[in-house]
Design a protein around this ligand. Structure first.
Ligand SMILES: C[S@@+](CC[C@H](N)C(=O)[O-])C[C@H]1O[C@@H](n2cnc3c(N)ncnc32)[C@H](O)[C@@H]1O
Length: 388
């Protein structure tokens, strides 16, 4: 995964935008010590989600910025990404009566729990985002051993599967495995490999009732959907077979090392509004550098991590980061309206028109190659002991 250099030992400081980072190098860290001893400060400020707050050591990125054409204000979106048909065949009608609001639709099962839409526009964005993950993980679906192509078959659970695209790819790559994807929305396609099954379910249920334990439990992009990560990892631990693996893949709060991403920008305001809204509903954006601590607190003795990041557009000079940034721009810049509409119009007093204006401005900032924002990426994975 294209990643920043290893964490420095001193406090993070703004880095000059001139040094280079190896393009596709991967930073791996392993921790088996009690939580937090050598871990970065919780400086991404997840609770307040303030992108201007101090930043953890891992974020001391030094990426060479590419030249900008004077007329260049826009990384045009890619048109990639196929529609996915919704699976509606066997689903009770109440689950299909999506909440309609401001031209978007939202899940009906456990109405109001999750704030991003579940319509075609959002699903296309999620599928495009899957591609960004593939590019940044160099074609892998994950780093835990069950993702190896020749891994022994097993039972796999994908929590918050969305359009199911990760689960379908995993099932294709591992035809002898059984893959279950669960979500609040029935937005997965009908035509899927025979070894993948989707269920409408709420992962917040205090006890999961799966018939058998899993060999691999995966979750991706669930930041903003989880109230208590340690409790979630405890449930995952309980539902893993001995020797089974968990892997979480997350984006952190966007940041910048050279001051070009600042409070005056719409993108900064949009990110702060999102963070404040999720905080208010008790499902804050997670500090991705704390995920390993939550896993250890839940009982996983050793956690491995890979760090990387997604630039906001093609601003880095390095070709690999430029590619990741181009794709990330396509999937994230189109998302702001969906991220913000329900959260800020339901409880925070915003009008839909105000959200649309801010989202359009934030998108323009995303496309501005003079603003050097990036999203930290963390993949953390751990094994339940063979003899727990
Ligand atoms: C940002 S999407 C990520 C989808 C998918 N993991 C991916 O990487 O493409 C978050 C997904 O989590 C689902 N979700 C949120 N809270 C949930 C819950 N309590 N139980 C089940 N699914 C949930 C949402 O419906 C949504 O599809």
């Amino acid at each position: 995964m294209a990643s920043p250099p290893p964490p420095s030992s001193g406090p993070a400081s703004p880095a000059p935008a001139a040094a280079t980072t190896p393009a596709a190098a991967t930073t791996t860290t392993t921790t088996s010590s009690p939580a937090a001893a050598g871990s970065p400060p919780a400086a991404a400020s997840a609770p307040a989600a303030d992108p201007s707050s101090p930043q953890p050591e891992q974020s001391n990125v030094q990426v060479e910025v590419d030249d900008v054409d004077p007329d260049d204000h826009d990384d045009a979106d890619s048109a990639l990404g196929d529609d996915v048909q919704s699976s509606t065949a066997s689903i009770s009608s109440s689950i299909l009566k999506f909440r309609e609001e401001n031209g978007r639709t939202y899940h009906a099962f456990r109405d109001g729990k999750y704030f991003f839409p579940n319509d075609e526009k959002e699903n296309e964005r999620l599928d495009l985002q899957h591609h960004v993950w593939l590019v940044s993980l160099e074609g892998r679906l994950g780093y835990a051993p069950p993702c190896e192509i020749d891994a022994p078959p097993g039972r796999v659970l994908d929590l918050g599967t969305g359009t199911g695209i990760w689960a379908i790819d995993f099932a294709d790559e591992h035809p002898q495995s059984t893959v279950i994807g669960i979500d609040l929305s029935p937005t997965q396609p009908s035509f899927v490999p025979p070894n993948v099954h989707f269920q409408i379910d709420d992962m917040d249920e205090p006890e999961w009732t799966f018939s058998e334990p899993f060999d691999y439990i995966h979750l991706r992009l669930m930041t903003g959907s989880i109230a208590d990560w340690t409790e979630l990892f405890k449930k995952i631990y309980k539902n893993l077979a001995p020797g089974g693996w968990v892997e979480v893949q997350e984006l952190g709060i966007p940041r910048c090392d050279d001051g070009t991403f600042h409070e005056g920008l719409a993108i900064h305001k949009a990110v702060s509004l999102l963070g404040a809204g999720l905080e208010a509903v008790g499902r804050p954006l997670v500090d991705v550098y704390k995920l390993k601590d939550y896993m250890k607190d839940a009982g996983f003795p050793e956690v491995k991590e890979k760090h990387g990041y997604w630039p906001s557009n093609s601003w880095p000079k390095d070709p690999k980061l430029k590619e990741i940034g181009t794709w990330a721009n396509s999937s994230l810049s189109t998302g702001f309206e969906g991220f913000l509409l329900a959260l800020s119009t339901r409880d925070m007093g915003w009008t839909p028109a105000e959200v649309q204006v801010l989202s359009a401005q934030a998108r323009a900032d995303m496309n501005n190659r003079r603003i050097h924002t990036y999203w930290p990426v963390v993949c953390a994975y751990a094994q339940k002991p063979l003899n727990p």
